[in-house]
Design a protein around this ligand. Structure first.
Ligand code: ARG
Length: 274
């Protein structure tokens, strides 16, 4: 009798130990150990973070009466998800939270017209550049002749998105009084209301903003982007994922799809204005 109960006890202990090990393995196989691409495949979805305030890159639009995030970055995200063979989930967040969210694993990647500048490269790994754009600034149409170049903005109130390269450009202008906000649409309102004198954004964004806001104009000086355009930010040390994303980007570029997506996004904004 006594022997048996010890055996039984041992069995309970052994099952207990194995059970715990199984739980341990289970949790670690969902996290570390497997590469990011494999994790995304196992999750069945690709979670992409973006700041949807940047037409034609990513923006809100009413599609069949429903509020949706669309834009050429969204089309690129969908193509990447399709090639991996998973669903796409978009997560909207402030632009200045995107890199950290990739680092913390809150999102799998960020596609948000992001320029791969050196300090960001320390936090995330970037894909190849998928789109190139120059920098421009918006002013009130009535000030068009007054503010033609960045030098004309010396000592003025200049708006830029928080955490953006445009914020760096604005800070670099002599005696500038820089207003940083999280949302580009709010900055456009600030410009319309005369609370700022100029707003720096990527040129395609400035060009589209004036079609929707006839009281605004694009400043004459266009600034070249020394950092070289937009790239997709992914977790550090995820070479499989980076290779997968670059292969989709290359395929899209070779097929002329990225230009097509950009064109489509621009048309969609223009149609909304009409
Ligand atoms: N290209 C700029 C940067 O990387 C601004 C991008 C803003 N993107 C956006 N979706 N609001 O800093």
């Amino acid at each position: 009798m006594k022997k048996l109960s010890i055996k039984k006890l041992m069995a309970v202990v052994i099952v207990g130990v194995f059970g715990m090990t199984a739980v341990g393995c289970g949790s670690s196989s969902n996290g570390e150990g497997k590469d990011k691409l494999t994790q995304i495949k196992e999750n069945g979805k690709l979670v992409v973070g973006m700041s949807a305030d940047y037409a034609p890159y990513e923006y809100h639009a009413l599609i069949d009466g429903e509020d949706k995030i669309i834009g050429f970055d969204v089309d690129i995200a969908q193509a990447i998800a399709d090639d991996i063979g998973v669903e796409l989930e978009l997560k909207e967040m402030n632009f200045d939270a995107l890199c950290e969210s990739v680092q913390l694993g809150k999102i799998d990647m960020t596609i948000s017209g992001m320029t791969p500048k050196p300090d960001r490269k320390k936090a995330v790994d970037f894909s190849d550049i998928y789109y190139k754009a120059e920098q421009a600034f918006l002013v009130q149409a009535s000030n068009k002749d007054k503010y033609k170049t960045l030098a004309d903005l010396e000592g003025k109130k200049i708006g830029a998105q928080m955490g953006s390269i445009q914020a760096d450009i604005a800070e670099g202008i002599k005696d500038s009084n820089v207003k940083l906000l999280a949302d580009v649409n709010t900055l456009i309102l600030e410009l319309k209301n005369g609370n700022i004198d100029a707003l720096i954004v990527e040129a395609p964004v400035a060009n589209l903003a004036v079609t929707a806001n006839t009281d605004l104009a694009v400043g004459e000086e266009i600034v070249e982007d020394s950092e070289g355009g937009s790239a997709i930010g992914m977790p550090k040390d995820s070479p499989e994922l980076v290779a997968q994303v670059n292969s989709t980007l290359k395929k899209l570029a070779d097929e002329g799809k990225i230009d097509e997506f950009v064109q489509k996004a621009v048309e969609q904004v223009k149609n909304q204005v009409e």
